[in-house]
Write a protein that binds this ligand. Structure first.
Ligand SMILES: C[S@@+](CC[C@H](N)C(=O)[O-])C[C@H]1O[C@@H](n2cnc3c(N)ncnc32)[C@H](O)[C@@H]1O
Length: 218
C-alpha cells in the first residue's frame, strides 16, 4: 500500500486490521478503515503510476477498449492513463464505498461497482485489459482467487497487469505464487513481463519491494 499521505497512527491501525482480515476472513473492519481514510489516498498511489507506465506499451489507440480497474480506490489509475492519452472505457470495482465516491467524482469511469474480491461482478470475456495496483497481494487485501476470476472476465488475448508486494507474493501463507504458477501451468495465461521495483526508495522504514506482472489470457 502506498502511504505517502497516511500518517503513522493510520498506518499502524491499517496493519493491525489488515492482519486480522487474514486470520478471520472478515473484510468489514478493513472496508470501514478505507472508508474513513479514503481522502489520504487521493493522488498518492505510486503503484498506479508504475502499472500505467508498464501497461502503456500494450495499449493501442482505440476508444472502445474496455479496461477494468480492480481495487480502483480513488480512481488514480484512470486519471493517470487518461493523462497519458489513453482513450478507453474505464470500469472499476472496489470494496469501499468511500473510495468509489472519490473515484466517481473524477468522472472518468463508465461504471463503478462495490464488490469484494475475489468476486468480480462481470460476465466472462468482457475486458481488453484488467489492471490492479496496490490492491492484490498485501495482507488482508485481494486474495489469490482474484487471479482466476480476473482471467475469467478478460477477453481471449487480453492483457492483465498486477502489482504485488514481492515478499507477500512469494510466501506460502499468501498462496499467490502457487495460484500464479498454476494459471501458467494449466495454460490459462502466459507471462509477458515481470519487474521488481525497490519500494524502499519511497518507504524508508519498510523493507519490501514491488513486483509487477503483465500476463496475457490464452
Ligand atoms: C492502496 S489502495 C489502491 C487504489 C488504486 N488501485 C490506486 O492505485 O490508486 C487499495 C484499494 O483496494 C481496495 N481493496 C482492498 N482489498 C479489496 C478487496 N478484497 N476487494 C475489493 N477491493 C479491495 C481498497 O478498498 C482500496 O481502495
Amino acid at each position: 500500500m502506498e502511504r505517502s499521505k497516511i500518517n503513522e497512527s493510520q498506518w499502524l491501525s491499517y496493519k493491525t486490521i489488515a492482519q486480522d482480515v487474514e486470520k478471520t476472513g472478515q473484510y468489514q473492519p478493513l472496508i470501514d478503515w478505507y472508508d474513513q481514510n479514503c481522502k489520504a489516498f487521493e493522488g498518492s498511489t505510486y503503484a498506479a503510476k508504475k502499472c500505467s507506465e508498464i501497461l502503456y506499451k500494450y495499449i493501442r489507440n482505440d476508444s472502445n477498449l474496455a479496461i477494468l480497474d480492480l481495487g480502483c480506490g480513488t480512481g488514480d489509475q484512470s486519471y493517470i492513463l487518461n493523462k497519458m492519452g489513453v482513450q478507453a472505457l474505464f470500469y472499476g470495482i472496489d470494496m469501499s464505498a468511500g473510495m468509489l465516491e472519490l473515484a466517481r467524482s473524477k468522472g472518468l469511469y463508465i461504471e463503478l461497482k462495490q464488490s469484494i474480491l475475489p468476486e468480480i461482478p462481470y460476465p466472462d470475456n468482457t475486458f481488453d485489459f484488467v489492471i490492479s495496483a496496490g490492491t492484490l497481494c498485501s495482507p488482508g487485501n485481494g486474495p489469490p482467487q482474484s487471479l482466476p476470476e480476473a482471467i475469467r472476465v478478460t477477453k481471449p488475448a487480453g492483457i492483465l497487469c498486477f502489482s504485488y508486494r514481492k515478499h507477500w507474493f512469494e510466501t506460502e501463507e499468501s498462496g499467490w505464487k502457487k495460484v500464479h504458477e498454476e494459471m501458467l501451468e494449466i495454460g490459462l495465461m502466459k507471462q509477458l513481463s515481470s519487474e521488481v521495483d525497490d519500494y524502499n526508495r519511497i518507504k524508508k522504514d519498510e523493507q519490501f519491494s514491488g513486483l509487477y506482472f503483465v500476463v496475457q489470457k490464452l
